[in-house]
Design a protein around this ligand. Structure first.
Ligand code: TGC
Ligand code: FAD
Length: 387
């Protein structure tokens, strides 16, 4: 009998020894430090304060970046870490994605040497937390319309506007804030406590409850020119960071799917209906077979994208294929697993409904499924159908 859903395709044989070692280290950390507590964090709509340093200790924060205290692993190894984290909860993978792929990547790619030296080692260790403020109340899918502005005032910049749905916004020591400037768009490092900068957490979430989501308000926030990311002058700045996070999600969402299938395999073996195990019914097996097929296809696509990324030839349109496929299929798998668990599936005693609710956010953030269809559509036809 196959023990894990990816054994049929011998997925491990496609990984290097180092990739398997990193994956197993993260999996061990997840089993010991995260999985026993995650249902409580989800229930409490909160995460512990020491998560950052704990992630820093195992080296997953900015792990695919080079230098400045970062591990410099392959993209595939980073993807596998995301997969293991999201097998626990999408909110925990989000913490790592936002820190490493969005905030740290923005500083690494577009920042000055001084900014890199100041922030990256602290962020890699989880002693400093970052957030990434792109979305605004009226501009989510279309960040080009943003209203947040930064205007020059002597040697300083003055920022006004609001960002919303910002992961870790109120926990962050530094917010990467994207704003409109006379010449286009620019990114700024706004430190917590800067006068005029406030945050408010968004409550009553039914999804990503083991994650903090906040609004950022900027009212006449004055920062020096040294807080501007000097390399970013157009929307390419923030969109290049999204590529990194979307790549991580391509692997990550499949972790949530794997966890749902594993829990469901155990459940259907133990649950007796009409005098025999639920696992022994053809309708159950058809669902299981289809889910494992989608998971394994998703893993092969994710790995191919990872190999292309490590070879330096991954177009952002191909990342859209991965983000769209993994989130859409993982959500379908989580919902199907929920059906197999019957009434038991509606409580957080079992993971599928928590994963399904989380995956609603994952389908939406980092570009909605529709945005990724449009990006792929534009690549195929040459026609931009966004506007
Ligand atoms: P467009 O005119 O196509 O491009 C503007 C400039 O950007 C460049 N570009 C890219 N560069 C790098 N990577 C990409 N993926 C890029 N896509 C475009 C382009 O070459 C151009 O550069 P330049 O220098 O010539 O000016 O832009 P557009 O305004 O038409 O928008 C295109 C569209 C709709 C695809 C884009 O706006 C988009 O992707 N929208 C979705 C927004 C989104 O994904 N937001 C995510 C916010 S962060 C988040 O959700 C975090 S969730 C927490 C977690 O990750 O766990
Ligand atoms: P809208 O853009 O209003 O879209 C609503 C619907 O319209 C969607 O179905 C969309 O696909 C569709 N639509 C939009 N345009 C078109 C079109 N041209 N054609 C057809 N359909 C269209 N943002 C950050 O900047 N940083 C973060 O850290 C962050 N974290 C997040 C955490 C969570 C839990 C969530 C839920 C969101 C987070 N976001 C973050 C915001 C996220 O990126 C946005 O929610 C997302 O980009 C979609 O924007 P919107 O919610 O404004 O939806």
């Amino acid at each position: 009998m196959t023990r894990t859903p990816d054994q049929l395709i011998d997925f491990d044989a496609l990984l290097t020894e180092e990739e398997r070692m990193i994956r197993d280290t993260v999996r061990g950390f997840c089993d010991e430090r995260l999985r026993p507590h995650v249902a409580d964090w989800f229930e409490a709509h909160d995460i512990p304060d020491d998560l950052g340093p704990a992630f820093g200790e195992i080296g997953v924060l900015g792990m695919h970046l080079e230098g400045y205290g970062c591990a410099g692993t392959s993209a595939v190894a980073y993807g596998l870490a995301c997969l293991e984290l999201e097998a626990v909860d999408s909110g925990l993978r989000s913490f790592v994605s936002v820190q490493g792929s969005l905030a740290m990547y923005a500083i690494h790619r577009w920042g000055s040497e001084e900014q890199r030296n100041h922030w990256l080692p602290e962020m890699a260790a989880g002693r400093a937390i970052g957030c990434f403020g792109l979305t605004e109340p009226d501009f989510g899918s279309n960040p080009a319309g943003m209203r947040t502005t930064a205007r020059r005032d002597g040697g300083d910049w003055v920022l006004d506007g609001a960002k919303t749905w910002i992961t870790n916004g109120s926990r962050a020591d530094v917010a990467v804030v994207w704003a409109r400037v006379d010449e286009g768009y620019a990114g700024f490092l706004v430190e917590r406590g800067t006068p005029g900068f406030t945050t408010h957490d968004i409550g009553r979430k039914m999804s990503l409850r083991a994650s903090i989501t906040s609004e950022l308000v900027l009212e006449g926030v004055r920062v020096p020119d040294s807080a501007r990311l000097p390399g970013a002058t157009s929307l390419r700045g923030p969109l290049s960071c999204l590529n990194e996070a979307r790549f991580g999600i391509t692997f990550g969402a499949l972790g949530a799917a794997r966890d749902c299938i594993e829990q469901t395999l155990d459940y259907v073996a133990a649950r007796e209906v009409f005098d025999k195990p639920l696992a022994a019914y053809q309708l159950t097996q058809a669902k299981l077979a289809d889910m494992v097929l989608e998971l394994d296809k998703g893993l092969l696509l994710a790995l191919q994208l990872g190999r292309m990324k490590d070879a330096g030839r991954l177009p952002h349109q191909a990342i859209s294929l991965g983000k769209l496929n993994s989130t859409r299929e993982a959500l379908a798998i989580a919902r199907t697993c929920r059906t197999l668990l019957g009434a038991s599936g509606i409580t957080t005693e079992y993971s599928p409904i928590r994963h399904a609710n989380n995956l609603e956010s994952v389908l939406t953030y980092e570009g909605t499924a529709e945005m990724h269809q449009l990006i792929i559509g534009q690549e195929l036809t040459g026609e931009a159908a966004f506007r």
